[in-house]
Design a protein around this ligand. Sequence first.
Ligand SMILES: [Zn+2]
Length: 128
Amino acid sequence: MTDDTIHTCSYECERPGCIRAQRDELVAKVEALSTDLRAMRAELERAMEARQLISDDLATAEARADKLAEALRESHGEVLRLRAAMFRVCATAANGGDPTMYIEQMRDEMNKPWSGDKASAALEQGDV
Ligand SMILES: [Zn+2]
C-alpha cells in the first residue's frame, strides 16, 4: 500500500495519503452538512411564512365570524321587535280594537335599516 492509496483504515492511521483522504472526506462531509443546513433553513423559512399566512387567514376568519355573529344578534333583535309589533296589530284587531298605532310601530320597525341586509351586502363585498 503506498502513501496515496485510498485509506480503508482508522483515523489513528498516520500515513500521509490516509490523512489527506480522511481530511478530504471530512471536508466533503462538512460541505454536505452545510448544504443540508441551508436547505433546512430555507424549508424552515417557508414553513414560518406558511404559518404566518395561516395565522393571518385565521384572524380574518375570526373577525368575519365575529361580525356575522353580531349581525345575526342584531337581526334577531329586529325580527323579535317586528314580530311583537305584528302580534300587537293582530291581537288588537282580533279584539275589535283600532290597530292603527301598532301598525305605525310596525311600519317604524320596517323602515329602520335592516341589519340582515347589511350583513348580506358585506358578505357579497367580502368585507366580513
Ligand atoms: Zn491508513
